[in-house]
Design a binder for this molecule. Structure first.
Ligand code: FEO
Ligand code: CA
Ligand code: CA
Length: 652
């Protein structure tokens, strides 16, 4: 998310830029020194310390195997076969020559119930929470601000790439566009109806889509279409279900939470369900009164407060009080949705921990266990993984969810290129009652505090994770961190304005391992070495966020935040199999977004010939009317469908 233009919000900066982790658990300066010396030893003393920070973090010396290096491969031509597009500042989506991009299911597209047509508010008339569609209508339309997304194929044979369920998150709302149609900084709904509409624009959409003979993809009327919003009935499962810390006056049993919000990235399971990640839930609450010390500490560690969408005035669920303080603890989870059953109850899987979940990348191990990699997107927060107790098929056969039983770990990056996954298990290490963790449920509700206590490495805003399906190498985007003053090995830039990507290999290729080796994949920025960036000037980008490796191993990188040259946000592809003399991978710009948007969410049909990408929050400063083809002045988040004009595989 980017919230840069609204002064009512968090001092006009992205809320993720504000640290909640002030504990400073890892002595960063020690890490830098340790990495320098140990790495030099590993490399046979060949490294000159002076050159270390500019080259070796990206290109490990030959004496040490680089994660992802030397395997697979795109052949002599490499994986990137498209002509690069240039950076852009206009209000258009640009894709390479030979490709076509079309708009699909913008915010407000009718998908269920009475299929109400989209009606924008009236620009220049900020008076109306009544402007545009009603709350009830919004609940039957695609939500606002598209984000993470999965394509679930339907049918058999060739049909699977011509018909499917597109399931997508709606991260947040720009209340001015939602209600008034125009840009009015700081606008919030002022009526209960307005709040209900805002809540209905959040959540998840399930939309059946099909490819027509003309090649155009369209949404279809389907009994599977569904909206999940901030008020949909849900269930808790796993160790924190029913825990005292998730009980509220409205749900004294602590098992039936209501709704999901700030749904950012996503994941999909091998058993055909969708995972949606609750990220910046904290900003939706107002805290009234003086909380008990433990409750106050929890609120502070997750940054709860701000009431940025104005919900508290009309929905007491979003008011935190000393007598009923636990509603925020019912958010910050990974939620599992069965997209094929529109009556199914979404389940908050508490075993995966409570944090500002960016995304959830599911990888199946050789032994059939599932591993879920997860970033906590805030400055100085951590990287996590969950490992199921058993083979997922045998667990499912026994009626057990592989996401309910297993071990949650947090990452510690050592300066010598090694790393450790530290278990967050009650009774192990410092996670005891004496330190405030009564049981495993308490560890999970307090995941951030537990991770700090065991010595996890504070990172530069961990965003999306991805796993190369051919090699097993895992990747993590670190979007930026202008608050960092002391670099460490895994976060090598002080005041990191452009972000970077790291990658790691689990020990012996076993994703259940507790040890790994890692290196820096690339340092984003203006290119040409400026600010230490390792990309070419032609491929300049900043703030890497969305990330996915396609079946061929192309790494698709999506940006959200400041770009070199004040360009619009973009999507690039990197070829991990081809590196230059400096060890940095080949990168090529594939798409540029309209003004004041971010590019996020990515999915492909199984034949890799249709690519779905989301454009989120165009015109957040009022300077966009994208997508222009709807003829409306109100900009709208939307999915973009990209095909190659010769019908070929995307990216080749
Ligand atoms: Fe939802 Fe961290 O972007
Ligand atoms: Ca994001
Ligand atoms: Ca982001």
């Amino acid at each position: 998310m980017t919230l840069t233009s609204d002064p009512a919000r968090a001092g006009a900066v992205d809320p993720d830029d504000l640290a909640s982790n002030t504990t400073g658990s890892t002595p960063l300066s020690d890490l830098v020194g340790a990495r320098l010396s140990r790495r030099s030893v590993l490399a046979g003393g060949m490294l000159a310390a002076a050159g270390f920070l500019t080259t070796s973090l990206v290109s490990p010396p030959a004496a040490q195997a680089a994660p992802g290096g030397g395997r697979g491969g795109g052949g002599a031509r490499g994986l990137l076969g498209f002509p690069a597009v240039g950076p852009s500042t206009d209000d258009v989506v640009h894709v390479p020559a030979g490709y076509t991009a079309r708009v699909l299911i913008p915010w407000g597209t009718p998908i269920t119930g009475s299929y109400p047509a989209f009606v924008p508010g009236t620009p220049g008339e900020p008076g109306g929470d009544a402007g545009g569609n009603t709350a009830a209508q919004q609940a039957e339309q695609v939500g606002m601000h598209h984000d993470g997304m999965t394509y679930f194929p339907l049918g058999n044979g060739r049909q699977v790439s011509e018909r499917g369920l597109l399931v997508l998150n709606h991260e947040y709302t720009d209340e001015f566009y939602l209600h008034t149609g125009g840009h009015t900084a700081g606008y919030r709904p002022t009526t209960a109806e307005g709040v209900r509409k805002s809540q209905a624009a959040h959540g998840v959409s399930v939309v059946e889509i099909e490819r027509r003979r003309s090649g155009e993809w369209v949404p279809v009327r389907s009994r599977r279409n569904r909206r999940i919003t901030a008020t949909t009935d849900m269930a808790f499962s796993g160790p924190a279900a029913g825990h005292p810390l998730v009980r509220t006056a409205a749900d004294p049993g602590g098992r039936t939470p209501l709704g999901t919000i700030n749904n950012c990235g996503n994941g999909e399971t091998p058993w055909g369900t969708y995972l949606t990640c609750e990220e910046n839930f904290n900003g939706y609450f107002r805290v009234d009164g003086t909380l008990a010390p433990a409750d106050a500490a929890l609120v502070e560690r997750y940054g709860v407060g701000g009431d940025r969408n104005g919900w508290a005035a009309h929905d007491s669920r979003f008011v935190v009080t000393p007598d009923d303080p636990n509603e925020p603890n019912r958010f910050g989870w990974v939620v599992e949705i069965d997209p094929f059953d529109p009556r199914s109850t979404p389940v908050k899987r508490t075993a995966l921990g409570r944090l500002k979940h960016e995304d959830a990348t599911v990888h199946v191990t050789k032994g059939g266990r599932v591993v879920v990699y997860m970033g906590d997107d805030q400055v100085f927060e951590y990287l996590y993984k969950f490992v199921s107790r058993d083979n997922w098929r045998s667990m499912e056969a026994r009626g057990r969810s592989p996401l309910d039983e297993g071990t949650l770990y947090v990452a510690r990056f050592e300066a010598d290129g090694r790393g450790t996954w530290i278990p967050l298990v009650h009774g192990q290490g410092p996670l005891t009652a004496a330190n405030g963790f009564a049981d495993q449920g308490a560890v999970l509700v307090n995941t951030r505090q537990a991770a700090t206590l065991v010595g996890a490495t504070p990172m530069d805003r961990p965003e999306w994770t991805a796993v190369d399906p051919r090699t097993g190498t895992a990747y993590l985007t670190l979007t930026n961190n202008t608050e960092r003053t002391a670099p460490d090995a895994a976060n090598p830039r002080a005041a990191n304005p452009w972000g970077h990507i790291i990658r790691w290999d689990e020990q012996d290729g076993d994703h259940t391992a507790t040890r790994f080796t890692w290196d820096v994949f690339l340092l984003a920025g203006p290119g040409g070495g400026v600010d230490g960036s390792t990309v070419a000037a032609d491929d300049a980008f900043g703030s890497p966020d969305g990330l996915w490796l396609d079946p061929d191993g192309r790494a698709w990188i999506q940006t959200d935040g400041t770009q070199p040259g004040a360009a619009n946000n973009q999507m690039l592809a990197a070829d991990p199999t081809r590196t230059g003399a400096d060890g940095a991978p080949e990168v090529r710009r594939f798409l540029t977004g309209p003004r004041q948007s971010e590019i996020t969410g990515i999915a492909m049909t199984p034949d890799q010939r249709t690519l779905f990408v989301n454009v989120q929050h165009p015109g957040e400063d009022g300077r966009s009317v994208w997508p222009a083809e709807d003829g409306l002045a109100t900009p709208r988040s939307a999915t973009v469908v990209i095909t190659k004009d010769d019908g070929g595989v995307i990216g080749t």
